[in-house]
Design a binder for this molecule. Structure first.
Ligand SMILES: Nc1ncnc2c1ncn2[C@@H]1O[C@H](COP(=O)(O)OP(=O)(O)O)[C@@H](O)[C@H]1O
Ligand SMILES: [Mg+2]
Length: 313
């Protein structure tokens, strides 16, 4: 990735109890301005602790964390102005209305009195909550409460928005809304960090992913780069019309071919360094109709199992 680092984490350790195990056991990474950065790992991996160190809530046992150049340990106020967190559990004031929650937040961050309400209304509208501004948060569903937390988080225009397992408890529709919101925010120039144990979510949203396990980072790359860690088969899966196997000439990186005929189609796996584009040409040259073509790629789930020998969930 290009661009400057907005967050730098160097040699971070956290031990909660003097003689207990390390929740975070020495991790290093940076988050580049404008990206969606993911921490992917099972429960207890140290994701929330790492977030805590960035947001000043957790005091590191060792290591250095900076946000926009400010040392989290020495300049917490400057750090807090630049970031916002959506915690794993809602922390709204349930006895207040939605708009009151936002206005109080704005006051806390020093927004002038006359612009607070207008800005709150803007944020509620952006999150699709404009009709519910004066309802008590008590009456909100889980998905709505989360949208309200995002609206509140955006009130002070953070450079970095951190979401801790944002979709674990959401219904599918709220989950899609959240994913759209996150990509939309990235387009508006907000840098995002999320933690998840959901492979599909990490794969779909993140520009880069750190895979964490037992308090350490065991891999850090783009989703595609992580997949390439798999010793998985290289090649292309192809489906062509007609009940005969596709005859391929040698060369073009084709190492071997296997396939089966099913309902007047041939489904094949072409192993080797052959590209999908070249294979499409070969299909055409063989005078066959191409129905489907895709690269064989493992999932992030496979990557995790490959790296740790365990299932993620
Ligand atoms: N306040 C705390 N006191 C003691 N141990 C904690 C505390 N918070 C987390 N831990 C422990 O630290 C480890 C990492 O936890 P956490 O950072 O919450 O992981 P994750 O968010 O990946 O599930 C776990 O073993 C957890 O039990
Ligand atoms: Mg957690």
């Amino acid at each position: 990735m290009s661009g400057a680092a907005l967050v730098e984490v160097a040699g971070l350790h956290k031990r909660y109890l003097a003689h207990g195990p390390e929740a975070v056991a020495g991790i290093d990474f940076s988050i580049v301005e404008g990206e969606i950065f993911g921490l992917l790992g099972p429960n207890g991996a140290g994701k929330t602790t790492t977030i805590g160190a960035i947001t000043t809530r957790v005091k590191p046992s060792a290591g250095l964390v900076t946000v926009d150049g400010f040392d989290v340990a020495r300049d917490a106020v400057s750090v807090k102005q630049r970031i916002a967190v959506i915690p794993q559990r809602p922390n709204l004031d349930r006895s207040l209305t939605a708009i009151e929650n936002l206005v109080f937040h704005a006051a806390y961050f020093g927004e002038p009195r006359r612009t607070r309400r207008r800005r709150a209304e803007e944020m509620l509208e952006r999150m699709g909550l404009e009709g519910r501004a004066d309802d008590k948060v008590d009456t909100y569903s889980g998905g709505m409460a989360q949208r309200l937390m995002i609206a509140r988080a955006l009130m002070h225009e953070p450079r970095l928005l951190i979401l801790d397992e944002p979709t674990t408890v959401l219904d599918p529709q709220s989950r899609l809304f959240l994913w759209d919101t996150m990509t939309d925010l990235r387009e508006r120039g907000v840098t995002l960090m999320l933690t998840t144990h959901d492979m599909v979510e990490a794969d779909r949203l993140c520009d880069r992913i750190a895979v964490v396990d037992h308090g350490t980072i065991i891999a850090l790359d783009t989703p595609r780069g992580l997949r390439s860690l798999l010793p998985a088969e290289r090649g292309v899966e192809v489906t062509v019309a007609g009940a005969q196997p596709l005859e391929l000439p040698g060369g073009d990186g084709v190492e071997s071919v296997e396939g089966r005929v099913e309902e007047d189609r041939w489904h094949g796996r072409v192993y080797g360094d052959v590209t999908a584009a070249r294979l499409a040409e070969l299909v055409r040259a063989a005078d066959r109709d191409l129905i489907e073509l895709r690269r064989m790629e493992g999932t992030l789930e496979d990557v995790f199992v490959h790296l740790t020998g365990r299932e993620l969930r």
